[in-house]
Design a protein around this ligand. Sequence first.
Ligand SMILES: OC[C@H]1O[C@H](O[C@H]2O[C@H](CO)[C@@H](O)[C@H](O)[C@H]2O)[C@H](O)[C@@H](O)[C@@H]1O
Length: 632
Amino acid sequence: MTSRAKKALENDRRPIADYGLIGNMISTALVGRDGSIDWLCLPRFDSPACFASLLGTPENGRWRIAPAAATRRSSRRYLPQTAVIETTFETEDGAFELIDFMPLAEDEERSDIVRIVRGKRGRVAVEMELVLRFNYGLVVPWVRRRDYGLSAVAGPDAVELHTQAPLEGQNMKTLSRFEVAEGESVPFTLSYHRSHRRPHFVPDRGEALKHTVSWWQEWSKRCCFDPSQEHWREAVVRSLITLKLLTFRPTGGIIAAPTTSLPETPGGERNWDYRYCWLRDSALTLYALLNAGYREEAEAWRRWLLRAIAGRPDQLRIMYGLAGERWLPEHEIPWLAGYRDSRPVRIGNGAAQQLQLDVFGEVLDTLHTAREDVLASAPDAWKLQKVLLKHLVQIWHEPDQGIWEMRGPARHFTHSKLMCWVSFDRAIKAVERFGLDGPVDRWRAERDAIHAEICAKGFDPQLGSFVQSYGSKALDASLLLFSQVGFLPDDHPRILGTVNAIERDLLQDGFVLRYRPEHTVDPYKQPEGTFLACSFWLADAYVMSKRMDKAEALFERLLSVRNDLGLLAEEYEPASGELLGNFPQAFSHVGLVNTAFNLVRAAGPARQRAARTGPDVAAQNATTTGQARPQP
Ligand SMILES: OC[C@H]1O[C@H](O[C@H]2O[C@H](CO)[C@@H](O)[C@H](O)[C@H]2O)[C@H](O)[C@@H](O)[C@@H]1O
């Protein structure tokens, strides 16, 4: 076997959970346990990757710093309450730490990655390999030596490597070999800039580290999760830091994940680009941020939402780019082999063109919650809501692609209709509670008509459960949301029956599948992993029906599948114990935060949502359920 093939295989076998996330709220990088950065898009989350070995081979770009000799042991952690990763490598000759972080950046076209090698014990030989490949692992740049290191340019992109370590070019790669002794530091900075602009000054790396650490620690302190529940608080803070890392600071948009095409089925075709902002994820994200006390972030998210959706209501999209872009065409990238041969690798997302009726409900619920929680006034929000409702009156009867964005024929998905009901319901509440103007009688008639239709066509008396789409027998985890949006009382037999049916049909080793592909119109029939956000929704449904022990047990199991850094992908495969799908995924982390608050507060996000109220955080802090018993 050639060494190239060996390397490819080595890369193929790396579990998704082996990665950690660093970032500066403009872009992020995935750092492997072995010291290799295998995914980095520059300048923004949604730009082409310059390190793409995650989806191919090391030849598609990576930046590895690791011991030159065999590693005896390695361990890693985030520096407490930060987005800075510290990996410790131990060899026969001693030990060193590798500190990885991205300093905060103001300019969305300039980002730095800092890597500091710090000797801890003995004297260790270290190897650095930098393989730069712009445009998703394809384009080899023109590299020149500089007194500060090197510069590389190709087309619109340029990077500078700043280091005092010796550098050597070999086979289109840059290599370095040096030794580090106890107490010594060898820093590297990779700085991106547009090739038509001048490179920027790279400040002192020690100072940048101090500043980055203290910024994250101050930010984390703001989390108002009960500090006495240390174990859960730590998990909540890690999820919030991850959500913050997935936020595009210049606009406030939050992406679903920083990766594309990590497979939902290893070796399969369910490989999608998640580097965009989904409206669907907005209401639950807002509850998570507000409950945790992050008002500014919630306000920035709401402002992003209002800008993104502004315009004709019939042009509402289900997802947008970081700044609200609507043109997100889907392409396949043939030169990347795919993570464990999972092809195609896709860029852009065709689901952006779909009709998914539930997004109306998500948007109207988000704006309603913002009003209930007295976020800074947004005078145009109500006008926009009325226009959206006027359009929804015309279209809620239509079939759509549903919450799971199925690419088969359109259906009357029950969850989509449920969220249409939410749209009218929240608007009526806005009139009743805030005296806003609107055709409330018309809205009441629509709301009642949808309610009656769902109860007649979306419920199967034999199963005793709501079903995925009108007239079908298939179940769907999105039906777990019925109680938390307030459609029927928590203890209604139809709500309890639906939870029972999902427990019977969709559980795999205690985790929840979205649906069974063989029972649906989904054209991709390969089995996928269990869906983590849905598993959190089951825990929430247990809270709503006051089964706190079950809720707590499921929550603990979900915490146990996070990787060693506390990160979750979109899915989890119980048989192999692997995380699957794009990573880390915002929807999963939003689920974690909301379930944690549901467990510790008398009225957490699920009950707030059912009551159509916002989280009054001060009052919430004063009341905890006392029902949950977190482990120390
Ligand atoms: O696997 C099917 C679909 O998966 C993606 O969508 C999923 O992620 C979204 C973002 O978190 C979430 O809102 C949605 O409900 C999930 O199904 C993908 O982007 C779609 O193109 C794909 O059809």
